[in-house]
Design a protein around this ligand. Structure first.
Ligand code: R5P
Length: 315
């Protein structure tokens, strides 16, 4: 492991530290600060010449600051002659801008993929991208991990009877189907219409949720509108308890208050994005994916197959 060097940006240091503990290594030292005008200022304080470098950074809010920090760290590692650089991005921001859905709009997910590669990333390790096809936006190898196994372990200890897995929108069916298969549960779908980036409306519930306990699964919770409105509609259809498992807890705007006042019994997120003290509340639980990332980093470092970590069926 003497060639393995792990750095962390400032977005999610707690996860980076946990990953390093699992890897039985220390986070490499880097000075991360800002010049007086706000420009990102980086200095890697350890030798990376000929090393296998992993830079851990979620591009969560403040998205542009964190993305820029990652780009500058990549450039620093490349110019310091690292042998290979893997950008470990537990949450990849900008992923929702993945197509031209209106005239004269950018495909910012592709732009972000391009600048990561041109800044020095040789490979990417990430988790539950908003759409699987975003993998193809990167012209460098990308390993895509899933939170499902972490959630499955959590719910094995917090067992839910009479379970139905629900996707909060039609776009999430594929993900929900994988959960339904893994949990051996039925599947239902919320037919959601997005009125604006911040608000949604439920049109119909497809499937039977009456007298069942619901597990809503999704990749992202941002404003919480999809989740909270979905939960209210499911209750109206006769659902019993409502739980949610969502990979990336952005929890922007008033999401935390909305959840507190909602019909949701509990929301489980991962630590792909840190949950700040002021957002912590009883209904929100966090499952750590430190072991998953540590395992993936080790396998990439030793050039071992990591497809075993992609297995969502539990076989
Ligand atoms: C949308 O397609 C995503 O999968 C999420 O459902 C969405 O980003 C959640 O956003 P919000 O919490 O703001 O409703």
């Amino acid at each position: 492991m003497d060639k393995l060097v792990v750095f962390s940006g400032s977005s999610n240091r707690s996860l980076s530290e946990k990953i390093c503990r699992k890897l039985d290594t220390e986070l490499a030292k880097a000075k991360i600060s800002r010049f007086s005008d706000g420009e990102v200022r980086i200095q890697l304080e350890e030798n990376v010449r000929g090393k296998d470098v992993f830079l851990i950074q979620s591009t969560c809010p403040p998205v542009n600051e964190n993305l820029m920090e990652l780009l500058v760290m990549l450039d620093a590692a490349r110019r310091a002659s690292a042998q290979r650089i893997t950008a470990v991005i537990p949450y990849f921001g900008y992923a929702r801008q993945d197509r031209k859905d209106r005239p004269r709009v950018p495909i910012t997910a592709k732009l972000a993929a391009n600048i990561l590669a041109s800044s020095g990333a040789n490979r990417v390790l990430t988790l539950d991208l908003h759409a699987g096809q975003i993998q193809g936006f990167f012209d460098i190898p990308l390993d895509h991990l899933y939170a499902i196994n972490g959630f499955f372990e959590y719910f094995k200890q917090n067992k839910i009877e009479d379970l139905v897995i629900v996707s909060p929108d039609v776009g999430g069916i594929k993900m929900a189907r994988a959960y339904a298969k893994r949990f051996g549960a039925d599947l239902a779908i919320v037919d959601k219409r997005r009125k604006s980036p911040e608000s949604t409306e439920v049109m119909h519930i497809l499937g039977d949720v009456k007298d069942k306990n619901v597990l809503l699964v999704d990749d992202i919770i941002a404003t919480g509108s999809s989740l909270v409105n979905g939960a209210a509609a499911l209750k109206k259809e006769g659902a019993k308890n409502i739980f949610a498992a969502i990979s990336h807890g952005i929890l922007s705007n008033h999401a935390v208050d909305k959840i507190k006042d909602s019909r949701i019994d509990s929301l489980v997120i991962t630590d792909s994005i840190p949950l700040p003290e002021e957002k912590k509340q009883e209904k929100i639980k966090v499952v750590s994916l430190d072991s998953l990332f540590a395992d993936a980093i080790k396998r990439i470092h030793f050039e071992k197959s990591i497809s075993v970590l992609f297995d969502t069926t539990g076989s």
